[in-house]
Design a binder for this molecule. Sequence first.
Ligand code: ADP
Ligand code: ADP
Length: 229
Amino acid sequence: DSLISLSGVTKRYQSGGQPAVDRIHLEVAPGEAVAVMGPSGSGKSTLLNLIAGLDRPTSGTVTVAGQRIDTLSETAVARFRRQRIGMIFQFFNLLDDLTVADNVLLPAQLTGIRRARALARLDELLAALRIERHRDAYPARLSGGERQRVAIARALVNRPALLLADEPTGALDTATGEQIGELLLDLNRSGQTMILVTHNPGLAARYASRTVQLIDGRVASDTLTGAQL
Ligand code: ADP
Ligand code: ADP
């Protein structure tokens, strides 16, 4: 069974305009790490936003973890996203006035997970990501690579079925980007399904099991890569 299923998905921002995503069919199985590549404006972010339920398709259906999300209410889709989807971004999107621990705990608080359980999960994630010593620090004190580790911990705190990453190494130097890539690969090896939007062919080749290339909102190619070969 697919974890993600897009069927005939089209997204037009302006009626009558060029679709940003054009009749896409895409099935992602549990455990896959899919890199989405393509030129600027080819629809990568739109595709990610449709899968996250941040955007609604103009036509077609989007199913994630067995749930049709294109027909859910705003409230229901927000709840679904908090419980089932973790997201990381190029510029980390951490809250500067919260400590590392409080940033990571936030999605757990929003879903009402018991405090003791959330704290145990926090410890486990900070250890796995090797940022325990920054637990009580504020994000501004951390390096880019450390901030992205905090963002990854936050994305994983609710054990999401799906991790979505939008240019996760785009703001990092090469060596730090490779460390984040290795972390994502380890996560995928332990079973985490992920979609990774990237401009970086090296990242796709080394850390994804499959690469989907978009051109003008359509899937131009879909091939096995890196980790899979
Ligand atoms: P990519 O992530 O590959 O750069 P995007 O999904 O951001 O591509 O954009 C695909 C197309 O949709 C582009 O032509 C872009 O200008 C357009 N687009 C993206 N977001 C919006 C929006 N909020 N309103 C109008 N047009 C948009
Ligand atoms: P909003 O509803 O305004 O988008 P939320 O209250 O859902 O924001 O989330 C608060 C903060 O937690 C935001 O900074 C958001 O980026 C982050 N966040 C929420 N859900 C997730 C998630 N599943 N993965 C990673 N960060 C999340």
